[in-house]
Design a protein around this ligand. Structure first.
Ligand code: 13P
Ligand code: ZN
Ligand code: NA
Length: 283
């Protein structure tokens, strides 16, 4: 069965590694990250965005992830990524998700606290994990000037108050990463990660995992980041492999053939991220 990610992530933080959390959009993508975790003997978090829930259906995703978990020798959690809609969160929990993110980070602090408390209360009744965000994880398209940047990043004292008041199981503090592929090198505030980790004992979540240089990932993980979300890179790798098949053979029309290199490429990429996170052999 699918498991809650809470204890997996607590163990990760205690032992200074992170668990790779991979966004998937198709059955083949889900299978690829599961095969990677199996081969790496790593715990795994499969994630879907709200967009993918709308595209595939929470029930289809949960059913596929449950089959994977039942067949697998490694612990697997199914997580709903960035969701601001309480009703969508509840329908995913009902479908079988074992972890959800309530993202009210664009609301004022008090509203974020209230929205998170409400989800934590529901989740605790059935023993699933909740993740919340403080500060704002940008997109790489957002050109942010330095003064504004500080205001967007998570404040350590607020992080401590937030976790205390909400009882949230895992926290994603904005520390300078962004969604998408960075134009240059991400400007990660490592000192801020350390100051947050000093006052918050729950596992921390690193968003915007695509494009972060290896040394920066390792440093962030060593400071307390216990989950790394990766989406864009995997989507690009998967799609590029399909494009390569059609470039070579425009007449190809069998999904059982053109999906194979894409699955292989995604599996390899997921394993590389697992090595980077230090979760290989931790199942
Ligand atoms: P990337 O698209 O940069 O990998 O970010 C993923 C993420 O944070 C999903 O929540
Ligand atoms: Zn994110
Ligand atoms: Na990124």
């Amino acid at each position: 069965a699918l498991v809650s990610s809470t204890s997996l992530l607590q163990t990760a933080r205690q032992n200074k590694y992170a668990i790779g959390a991979f966004n998937v959009h198709t059955l083949e993508m889900l299978q690829a990250v599961v095969e990677a975790a199996e081969e790496a003997q790593s715990p795994l978090i499969i994630q879907s965005t709200v967009g993918t829930v709308k595209h595939l259906g929470a029930d289809y995703i949960a059913a596929a992830a449950t089959v994977a978990a039942n067949r697998s020798s490694v612990p697997i959690a199914l997580h709903l990524d960035h969701c601001s809609d309480f009703n969508v969160i509840m329908s995913c929990i009902r479908a079988g998700y074992t972890s959800v993110m309530i993202d009210a980070s664009h609301s004022p602090f008090e509203e974020n606290v209230a929205a998170t408390q409400k989800v934590v209360e529901a989740a605790n009744a059935i023993g699933i994990n909740v993740e919340a965000e403080l500060g704002k994880v940008g997109g790489v398209e957002d050109d942010i000037v330095v003064d504004e940047r500080d205001a967007l990043l998570a404040d350590p004292a607020e992080c401590a108050e937030f976790v205390e008041r909400t009882g949230v199981h895992t926290l994603a503090p904005a520390i300078g990463t962004a969604h998408g592929i960075y134009k240059g090198t991400p400007n990660i505030d490592f000192d801020r990660i350390k100051r947050i980790a000093d006052v918050v004992s729950v596992p921390l979540v690193l968003h915007g995992g695509s494009g972060i240089p290896e040394e920066q990932v390792k440093r962030a993980v060593s400071l307390g980041m216990a989950k790394m979300n990766v989406a864009t890179e995997l989507r690009i790798i998967f799609s590029d492999a399909i494009k390569a098949v059609f470039a070579e053979n425009p007449e190809e029309n069998d999904p059982r053939k053109y999906m194979v290199p894409a699955k292989q490429a995604l599996k390899k990429a997921a394993m590389e991220k697992m090595h980077l996170c230090g979760c290989v052999g931790r199942a």
